[in-house]
Each structure stands twice: as structure tokens, then as C-alpha cells.
Design a protein around this ligand. Structure first.
Ligand code: ADP
Length: 423
């Protein structure tokens, strides 16, 4: 994705272990990878995709690209050799759990800290540390985005404070906490900069091979969900993005930090503000269990969004909810089903909107800035009737985010870095 802004051309790349890349050759590779998931060499495929993406940039634009940044899947972790940068171990993917490390991490971290989840980066690091006997002295930890950026700038050992959150970095103190630094494996931790900070010039061999400018800089990145938030350009406290994908995820820009492990709510730092987020299990997955996408479109057309639906559901795909109600036993409530499918869908959409309203209200109760405006991303964003229902239920302006691609958010970080260099 290329972002033209202020006469600068910046390049943001989205690297994900979950989704495809956005450019043609990248997509082909991901399709190929999906087919042979079991045998895939992730590191090789990420590297290959990165360089194919650079090749996809039209030749005549390469000379005027000022800056590059990359977002990657949060908690996708690599253990590499600190001098050569080569992986010492297969990468730990974002959703991989390391239950063996969890009790150890819980014994050193503060209660309910973000790292106290089996899939946190810190659990992955501890699990690796306790598994291997050799190469410990020469090892270093990087996240997926950091490693791909390293391929471009060549300075090993740099990350950003968004990616570093799940390894235990404290973005408020702007340092790793003492309980982490006192561990022997803390020597593997990368140095941390703000997202969008220039790290170095694009490596000369890459510049010359691909025809990029000699002053093209490479900047620190962020995680994929933060990049998607940045893409919506919700830059003032009170602005929020609701993602209506398979689940309902909300992210609100706040002046204050809010963390509450009971609801899975935590905050990422964004310069002098905080991005507070939480995710409900309700969302599009439930709609898909009942209707096809075509039915959703046709039935939605017939809904009168100004009318309040009397139906009160709690749509969940399976038992259990975390946010805005923390109840692992909560059962889905989708009855009574009226004869009319239009009324049924209206009731479900309105019930999901009420959960969304409750979610924003809980964030406010927990101390976040009051929400003022909501941008929408994800598959549900195209449903205009639902947008109208949500506007009524939330009592707020709701609109579709103009940009939702994470790569666009990464390009905005690249722009930030380029502007810093220009000052
Ligand atoms: P994810 O990336 O989480 O898989 P997407 O952002 O691709 O999700 O959105 C897919 C979801 O969008 C599906 O679960 C589907 O139910 C929902 N969806 C698709 N079309 C509509 C529509 N017209 N109205 C509401 N929801 C829709």
C-alpha cells in the first residue's frame, strides 16, 4: 500500500501470519503457503514475500519513496543469532501457547499482567530458554516486524513499544521493568523505540538492486491491529474504531491508560496517548451461523433502522464472553426467533449494537476518555442499516473508516519517521 502525503511517498508493509498480503505476488505466495501449512518454512516465506512486495512497487515510484515501515502480527516471536540475525529456532506464531512457561511467568510478573497469558511473547521466550542448552549467550529476541525491518536496515536488536508490550515492556516507564531485567534471559530483549522512529537508511545492496533512493529511511513499525487503527486516522482522544469482523473489537484513543485483565482490556501507548482495547465474542461469526452474506445484504435492506427492535439477544457463537461482561459460562441468547427473518436480523444487529454501547460505557467506567465518534472497520462496516442502528443505540456519530488496511497505518508511521528526519 502506498501512501501519498505532503509530497512524500511512504511505504507501509503489512506482514501477517493470519492474513494475505495486499499486493499481487504476495497474495499468490500466501495462497501457496496456506495449501502447505504443515511443512511451511515461515521465515523463508516472510522474507521472500517482503522482497516480492518491494518488487511490486512500480519502478518509477521507487526513487521517490522516502521512508518504509512494517507492521507485523503481535506476539509472533523470533529467536535469532545476535550477530548474524539468522533464526536459531523456528518462529513462535502469534497464537501458539506455551503452557509450560506460564507458571514461571506468573511467578515473576505482577498479577494479571499482559504477559500472564500462555501466548504472550514472554511465555515464548521463557519456554525457549528452558528448552535449549546451547546458543543462549549469542541469542536475541525480535518480533516478526522487527526482523523484517532488520532485513532492510541491517541494525540488529531494535523494536517498538507496541510490539514489546507482550514481552513485558512498560510503555509508561519507557523501560523494561526491574522484575524482568533481573531475569537471565533479559539479555535477549531488544532496545525499544517509539513506533515510526527512523532506525537507519535502506541497505545499500537493496537500494541498488531495486532502485530505491539513497536516502530512503527505514522506521520502527507496530502490531497489525494498531496499524489498522492508525489507518482510520482517529487521532484525537474520544475517537474510536469498532471492528465488526468475526468478533466485535473496539479500540478507543484515551488520555489515560486502562488495564483490566478481568475483561481482557489493556492499553497500548501511542505517543502521549493510550489506545485502549477490548474484544467481545459477539460479532459477524454469529451472523454467519444463521445467514449467508447474501441474505445479510437482502434482509438488511428491508430493516427500518429508526425503529427500536423489541428483541433482546446476546448473540455468541459458543458459550463464554469476556468483554463487556466477564462470564466464561455465558450461554448464547438468540431466542425467541420471530417468523420474519427481517425482524430476527434486526433484533440481532440491535443486540450487538447494545453490547457495543455497553463496551464503550465500561471503558469509560474503567477510566478511559468518553467516546465521541466511532469509525467502523471489518465486514460489518459495509452494512449501512446497521450503522444507522448503531448510531441510534450509541447516540454517537458512526461512519465507515475510509482506510482500514493495516499497511496504510504502517505507511503513516513511515511518514512520521520521514517528517522527523526532515526537521
Ligand atoms: P474477520 O477478518 O474477522 O474474519 P471480516 O472483517 O472479513 O472478518 O468480516 C467478516 C464478517 O462480516 C462475517 O462474519 C460476516 O458475518 C460479516 N458480514 C458480511 N457481510 C455483512 C453484512 N452485509 N452485514 C453485516 N455483517 C456482514
Amino acid at each position: 500500500i502506498l501512501g501519498w502525503t505532503l509530497g512524500l511517498l511512504v511505504l507501509g508493509l503489512h506482514s501477517s501470519t493470519r492474513e494475505g498480503q495486499f499486493m499481487p505476488k504476495g497474495r499468490e505466495i500466501i495462497r501457496y503457503i496456506r495449501k502447505r501449512k504443515e511443512t511451511v518454512d515461515w521465515v523463508h516465506s516472510w522474507k521472500q514475500t517482503l522482497f516480492l512486495l518491494l518488487e511490486d512497487v512500480p519502478f518509477h515510484l521507487r526513487q521517490i519513496i522516502a521512508s518504509i515501515s512494517i507492521d507485523g502480527t503481535s506476539a509472533t516471536t523470533m529467536i535469532i543469532d545476535s550477530t548474524t540475525g539468522e533464526p536459531l529456532w523456528r518462529p513462535f506464531l502469534y497464537n501458539e501457547s506455551c503452557p509450560d512457561a506460564l507458571p514461571i511467568v506468573k511467578s515473576i510478573a505482577p498479577e494479571n499482567h499482559t504477559v500472564c497469558s500462555g501466548s504472550s511473547t514472554l511465555c515464548k521466550l521463557v519456554s525457549w530458554w528452558n528448552t535449549v542448552d546451547s546458543n543462549k549467550e549469542s541469542a536475541a529476541l525480535l518480533h516478526q516486524a522487527d526482523w523484517l525491518l532488520w532485513l532492510l536496515h541491517g541494525n540488529l536488536g531494535v523494536t517498538d513499544y507496541n510490539n514489546a508490550l507482550k514481552v513485558g515492556y512498560d510503555p509508561e516507564l519507557d523501560s523494561y521493568p526491574p522484575w524482568l531485567l533481573s531475569q537471565s534471559y533479559s539479555q535477549l530483549l531488544p532496545s525499544v523505540k517509539a513506533p515510526g522512529t527512523p532506525i537507519g537508511i535502506l541497505k545499500e545492496d537493496i537500494r541498488t538492486q531495486y532502485g530505491f533512493a539513497k536516502d530512503c529511511i527505514v522506521c520502527t513499525g507496530t502490531t497489525d491491529s494498531i496499524a489498522a487503527f492508525l489507518a482510520a486516522r482517529a487521532t484525537k482522544p474520544g475517537k474510536a474504531v469498532t471492528s465488526l469482523g468475526s468478533t466485535l473489537a473496539i479500540k478507543l484513543l484515551s488520555t489515560g491508560r486502562v488495564d483490566d485483565a478481568r475483561y481482557g482490556v489493556y492499553s497500548h501507548r501511542l505517543d502521549d496517548k493510550w489506545l485502549v482495547g477490548g474484544a467481545s465474542n459477539t460479532g459477524g461469526a454469529v451472523l454467519r451461523q444463521i445467514f449467508t452474506d447474501e441474505q445479510l445484504e437482502n434482509l438488511s435492506e428491508q430493516i427500518n433502522p429508526m425503529k427500536t427492535s423489541p428483541l433482546d439477544y446476546y448473540p455468541l457463537p459458543t458459550v463464554g464472553e469476556r468483554f463487556p461482561m466477564a462470564d466464561p459460562e455465558m450461554a448464547p441468547r438468540l431466542h425467541p426467533r420471530p417468523e420474519s427473518d427481517v425482524e430476527y436480523l434486526h433484533g440481532i444487529l440491535e443486540s450487538i449494537a447494545r453490547i457495543e454501547a455497553k463496551a464503550y460505557s465500561l471503558l469509560k467506567d474503567l477510566g478511559a476518555t468518553q467516546v465521541e465518534e466511532v469509525f467502523t472497520a471489518g465486514g460489518g462496516a459495509k452494512n449501512e442499516k446497521w450503522t444507522k442502528i448503531r448510531e441510534r443505540v450509541l447516540g454517537l456519530p458512526v461512519s465507515r473508516a475510509l482506510q482500514t488496511e493495516a499497511a496504510y497505518g504502517a505507511a503513516l508511521l513511515a511518514l512520521k519517521g520521514a517528517q522527523q528526519c526532515a526537521q
